[in-house]
Design a protein around this ligand. Sequence first.
Ligand code: ACO
Length: 323
Amino acid sequence: MRAAVLGTGSCLPEKVLTNTDLEKLVETSDEWITTRTGIRTRRIAGPGEENYKLASTAARRALEMAKVTPEELDLVVVATLTPHMMMPSSACFVQAEIGAVNAFAYDLNAACSGFLYGLDLVDSYIARRPDMKILLIGSETLSARVNWEDRNTCILFGDGAGACVITGREQGGVVASRLLSDGRLWKLLYMDSPESRNSAIRQPDRKGCYIQMSGRDVFKYAVRAMEDAVTGLLLETGTSIDQVDLMIPHQANIRILGKLMERLGVPDEKLYINVDKYGNTSAASIPIALDEANRQGILSRGQRILLCSFGGGFTWGALLMDW
Ligand code: ACO
C-alpha cells in the first residue's frame, strides 16, 4: 500500500500585493520583477490569517473533499519554516483549531522542500499502517520574515497554505521519491533568529530575522539539483518523461522553471505554474498548486504526476505519484 491523496484544499490571504505596490517600497519596477521572476502578484497575510489559521482553512477544505472528519485523523503534519510559534508546533495549533482530537501532530522544516519531504515521510507511515488518515499541510507566512527594504528578496515571496488528506491505497499513490540535502551550502540561503548563537551570521545591529539569499548561486544550484533529482528518479523507476502527465514543481520563479523544463524536455502543456499569482510560498507552493490543478480538473485519477523542489539547507528532491 502506498500513500494516496483523498482530498486537497488551499487558502490564500485576502490581500494582494502587486509589483506596482512594491515600486513604492523599494527601488524596483514591474518590468524588472516580471522579466526576472515571472511574479506579478503575491498574497500577504493580515490579522486573523496567521500560519495555523491559513493551514486550518486549507485543511477543512481538504477534509470536506476527502469526506473525512477531523476526529478520524491519526496524524497532522505541517511543513513550514515560518511557524506560528517556536513551540508548540503549528500542527498542534491546527489540531486544536479543527478538532483533530485523536491525532498526534508535529511540524517539519525542510524549507521549500518541506511538503515533498512530508509526502515521503507520510508514505512510510502508510507502509506500516495503511489505514492511517493523515493530514499533510504546507503553510507559510513568509511576509513576516522578509526584509521589506531589501529588493533582492522582498519581491519573491508570498503567504498561503495547501493541504492534502492522505491514506493507503492498493493502486496508485506515491511511486518513488529521491530526496537530497547539502548542509555545507547553508549560507547561500538562510534565515536566522535574533537569539541565534551562530557566530558566522550574528550581527549586533540586526533588525530582524529575515531571509538572506545569494540569488545567483541559488538559481544555479536550484536548476542543477532539481534536474539531477528528476533524472535520477526517472532512471531508477524506468519512467520516461513522456509517461509523466503533469509536472508540479515548487513555484520559485519562472526562469528557474523555464531552464529546468528545457533541460528535462518537458513541454509547456505538462507544466503547472501559478508563481505569477502567488510568488514563492515555500513549503506551501506544491500543495496550493496541487489543489488548484485538482479543482480545475487538470488533475484526474490515474494520472502520473512528477513533483520536484529545491530550498534552503540546501534541500531538494523529486517524487513520482499516481493520482
Ligand atoms: N529590482 C531592480 N533591480 C534589482 C532588484 C529588484 N527587485 N533586485 C536586484 N536588483 C539589481 C541588483 O542590485 C543588481 O544591480 P547591480 O548590477 O547594479 O549590482 C542587478 O539587479 C542584477 O542583480 P542579480 O542578483 O545579479 O540579478 P539576477 O539576474 O540574478 O536576478 C534573482 C535576481 C531574480 C533573485 C535571481 O538571481 C533568482 O531568481 N534567483 C533565485 C532565487 C530564488 O528563487 N530564491 C527563492 C528561494 S530558493 C527556491 O525557492 C528555489
